[in-house]
Write a protein that binds this ligand. Structure first.
Ligand code: NAP
Ligand code: G4F
Length: 342
């Protein structure tokens, strides 16, 4: 019988890549969807006819027990989160509930469905992956960052993720659960939300090239990140749940670039110079910035045999090409609508 995977956050960037990857491996994949009429559901169901859906919310303990009981998964990937860091200052309590308490609720749902007794260490059959983040390193204690680097989160998002990380470890140590956290550094793709800086830049480069946008407003151009391709990172998530012993891993490329370099490569890809189009907006600078992040993924290389396959330059070019295609298509539709209205 094929293995069953449950994915929270299936409508997001990583959820969609992971669902495709697991379906390709022969898994029965269930995506947890929230809301009465989730606008992103139709996108996923069209993409993946073989995907099954189940309704639940990381804010709602009862729904999670019901979801886990219905699906009876072999593996749970908890990707659901409020993932945009600036939003976490505006909605700090909600972010803490979803990104922190939501992890505890999912662990509790698994514990309850598996019948794990709080008084003894007994394991259980369901393997659990938690989407931890390099944002936990925040004001970095050392460079590069590895699995034992001290955490110093700089946003409500990072603080909530740090709780999710430690509660996953605690359930592993308390109940013998197979629960692991992947400490993933920034990963991008053509499916990245337009609020994140890489996609904001590649979309703008495409739109400016086509005369559909005038300026691009950015915050801190000097921020340094270790950017990889999301399709590579979901392979690592799966590998982490196939090991003999549950262990946390850092996943990243070990190479860094600045936001300014993203802008330079993206605008070059459409034959423009970024300086002619970018304006700094001090309002986009964060209350407490994470200045620099760089992964040391050597444990993942050695123990999982994982390595990234897409270079930074290729990633940004791939995103620009996709945005150019999408923007041209939107332009054609707008032109047709105009003609039809004459
Ligand atoms: P994303 O595109 O923003 O997707 C977030 C997902 O979370 C969406 O499917 C969203 O569903 C869901 N969600 C939000 N609130 C929820 C709730 N209350 N209950 C259940 N689901 C909820 O994020 P991503 O880039 O794919 O990232 C996936 C995970 O990895 C996140 O936990 C993120 O924090 C973490 N992470 C990401 C990166 C990165 O660079 N991408 C790096 C490290 C860690 P709706 O459609 O209902 O809104
Ligand atoms: O693309 P970003 O918004 O990603 P950020 O904050 O690093 O978070 C992402 O990666 C984390 C892993 O490290 C995830 F956990 C998290 O869920 C998310 O996926 O910003 C990257 C950098 C920041 O330093 C920001 O200050 O770009 C800088 N930046 C400069 N101008 C900007 C802008 N970021 C955004 N979003 N928009 C700007 O205009």
């Amino acid at each position: 019988m094929s293995r069953r995977a449950l994915i929270t956050g299936v409508t997001g960037q990583d959820g969609s890549y992971l669902a495709e990857y697991l379906l390709g491996l022969g898994y029965q994949v269930w995506g947890m969807i929230r809301g009465q009429a989730n606008p992103r559901k139709s996108r996923i169901s069209r993409l993946m006819a073989d995907l099954s859906f189940v309704y639940g919310d990381l804010m709602d303990q009862g729904s999670l027990v019901s979801v886990v009981d219905t699906v009876q998964p072999d593996e749970v990937y908890n990707l659901g989160a409020i993932s945009f860091v600036p939003m976490s200052w505006q909605q700090a309590e909600l972010t803490t509930e979803v990104n922190g308490m939501g992890v505890l609720r999912m662990l509790e749902a698994i514990r309850i469905v598996c019948g794990l007794d709080k008084s003894r260490v007994s394991g259980g059959q369901i393997r659990f992956y938690q989407a931890s983040s390099s944002e936990m390193f925040g004001k970095v204690a050392e460079t590069p960052q590895h699995e034992t680097t001290l955490f110093h989160p700089r946003s409500p998002y990072g603080v909530a993720k740090t709780y999710g990380h430690f509660i996953t470890r605690n359930y592993r140590e308390s109940f013998g659960m197979y629960g692991v956290s992947g400490i993933l550094f920034n990963h991008e793709s053509p499916r990245r939300g337009p609020e994140f800086v890489t996609r904001k830049i590649t979309l703008a480069a495409a739109n400016i090239k086509l005369g559909r946008q005038e300026k691009l407003y950015l915050g801190n151009l000097d921020a340094v990140r270790d950017w990889g391709f999301a399709g590579d990172y979901v392979r690592a998530m799966h590998l982490m749940l196939q090991q003999d012993q549950p262990t946390d891993y850092v996943i990243g490329t070990g190479r860094t670039h600045t936001v300014e370099q993203v802008a330079r490569i993206a605008f070059e890809a459409v034959g423009l110079h970024w300086r002619d189009h970018v304006t700094i907006d001090p309002g986009l600078v964060r209350p407490a910035e994470v200045e620099t992040l760089c992964a040391d993924p050597s444990r993942a290389h050695a123990e999982l045999g994982w390595a990234p396959t897409v270079t930074f330059e290729h990633l940004i070019q791939m995103m620009v090409e996709s945005d150019l295609r999408q923007s041209e298509q939107e332009q054609r539709h707008a032109d047709l609508a105009l003609v039809a209205s004459w």
